[in-house]
Design a protein around this ligand. Structure first.
Ligand SMILES: Cc1cc2nc3c(=O)[nH]c(=O)nc-3n(C[C@H](O)[C@H](O)[C@H](O)COP(=O)(O)OP(=O)(O)OC[C@H]3O[C@@H](n4cnc5c(N)ncnc54)[C@H](O)[C@@H]3O)c2cc1C
Length: 448
């Protein structure tokens, strides 16, 4: 194969395929190198399906069946509602590949063995071939990262089962002292049981026995599975949440779980993998046409921010469960998440600084307003450049909305919102009523 490529995408999951498709649509020369071996069942929400369609992954979206009912309880409170779609990953990943092929992404269905720097290029090796590329997007999933930044150690043991064809699609979440059970039923005779726990001593007895012991602690799941017959052997999936902290390699961009792998309890892994595509695509294009440092900084800060936000949410959910059920698993996992504190607010309050931002489909350096709540900086509100607006208002010595709106060629309502944002952050005197169309509350446009 010994090819020379602009971009090589390593992996064959949602992050890899959505990135490959986005870059292909933007006219880039893309080769996807990956094989999918995921045979698990997972659940996705309506917003994940929306993202799939927004990324043009119609076959993948169509491969997902009807929404199911979510049942169960969390910390003693019922969690019914909020439809969840049951996804057979083998079928879904095949549909993703069909989407990629349909828009002209070239696919090399081989396993990546390693990659190495060769002059200004990266050489990606498979068992039989190699490819030289300017940019490598590593989207090989959570196993592609080694990281000291980890949440609680988790392992998910899963079993496919044959159950009666009830026509009822549902998922059930049930906590047990050692972790939690997630059951998905497609109504057509397939059920999937996933038990996530820490490193339980029962794991030494074999996966079947481990599952048998733990499911006995979950009466609702056990009742749903009464009469079910296991099909195939159980599998174990590494499920420890982690943030990749491997040093940046110039021209290697991490996407999806290879950058940040979330706790499966969140049920947001695929959503975040797909959501990262805009930033990853911007990083590839930014690097191909500019310098590396702002790209590396932007991607590292984005991942760190998501890690902190998701850890805070997890600390809350695990904490709720630990209060209800103070077993060592819940208490220790909650404490572990609590220890991942958000970065302290920056000293000195609000300032203007240069930061990498996502501008359309490209990452570039821009002046931003840095606040304690937004240490990565806010660049725009309603598509109005905040530092430029501030420069104009200060130079013109006005706080008149219509005057600023005319100068920027923007609607007065949008200009009023941007000015209100500046005044709320102490950078501007509140706008006078003259000419103001009345702000409708802040809508700070974040970078991603
Ligand atoms: C137990 C468990 C349960 C989960 N449940 C849910 C859920 O219900 N809902 C949800 O949204 N998310 C869930 N997730 C998370 C979800 O699986 C991931 O977040 C999501 O798939 C990330 O997509 P990705 O493309 O980054 O990685 P992956 O989907 O892992 O894709 C990586 C791809 O790279 C391929 N690959 C790996 N190594 C190589 C190599 N050397 N060469 C070539 N190809 C390679 C793999 O085969 C795979 O196709 C769960 C995760 C776990 C562990």
């Amino acid at each position: 194969m010994a090819l020379r490529q602009e971009v090589a995408i390593l992996g064959a999951g949602p992050a890899a395929i959505a990135t490959a498709c986005a870059l292909r649509r933007l006219g880039h020369d893309v080769l996807l190198i990956g094989v999918s071996r995921n045979t698990a069942v997972e659940g996705v929400s309506q917003r994940t399906l929306r993202l799939l369609r927004e990324h043009g992954l119609a076959a993948a979206a169509d491969s997902v069946g009807d929404p199911g009912e979510r049942v169960g309880s969390w910390a003693g409170i019922d969690v019914a509602g909020n439809g969840e779609y049951v996804v057979q990953r083998a079928e879904f990943d095949r549909a993703l590949l069909a989407d990629a092929a349909a828009i002209g992404v070239r696919i090399c269905a081989e396993r990546v063995v390693r990659y190495e720097r060769r002059g200004a290029l990266w050489r990606v090796h498979t068992k039989r071939n190699y490819v030289d590329c300017q940019v490598a997007v590593d989207a090989r999933g959570r196993r592609a990262q080694r990281s000291p930044r980890r949440g609680p150690a988790l392992i998910a043991v899963c079993q496919r089962l044959c159950t009666p064809r009830t026509g009822r699609v549902f998922t059930r979440l049930e906590a047990i002292p050692q972790g939690w059970c997630w059951l998905a039923a497609d109504g057509r005779g397939m059920s999937w049981l996933q038990i996530t726990s820490g490193r339980e001593p029962s794991l030494r007895l074999g996966l079947e026995e481990h599952m048998r012991r733990l499911v006995a602690m979950a009466p609702h799941v056990a009742a749903d599975l009464s009469g079910a017959i296991a099909t195939g052997a159980p599998i174990a999936r590494a499920a420890t949440p982690s943030l990749c902290t491997q040093p940046d390699q110039v021209g290697v961009i991490r996407a999806g779980d290879a950058s940040i792998a979330l706790d499966p309890l969140s049920g947001q892994g695929m959503y975040e993998a797909l959501r990262s595509v805009v930033a990853v695509t911007g990083a590839v294009r930014g690097y191909l046409s500019g310098s590396w440092d702002p790209i590396a900084k932007f991607m590292a800060e984005r991942a760190a921010e998501l890690w902190q936000q998701s850890s805070l949410k997890a600390a809350h959910h695990y904490g709720q469960q630990a209060q209800q059920n103070p077993s060592p698993f819940w208490s220790e996992a909650a404490a572990r998440y609590c220890a991942i504190q958000p970065a302290p607010p920056i000293a000195g309050g609000v300032s203007i600084d240069w930061r990498p931002v996502l501008n359309g489909a490209r990452i570039e350096l821009r002046r931003v307003v840095v606040t304690p709540q937004s240490p990565r900086g806010v660049w725009q509100v309603d598509a109005i450049d905040l530092p430029e607006l501030l420069d104009f208002l200060r130079a013109a010595r006005v706080t008149n909305v219509e005057c600023a709106a005319r100068h920027f060629g923007c609607p007065p309502a949008a200009t009023a919102r941007a000015m209100q944002w500046l005044s709320e952050h102490g950078l501007l005197e509140p706008a006078g009523p003259a000419g103001s169309t009345g702000p409708h509350g802040p809508s700070a446009g974040r970078f991603d």
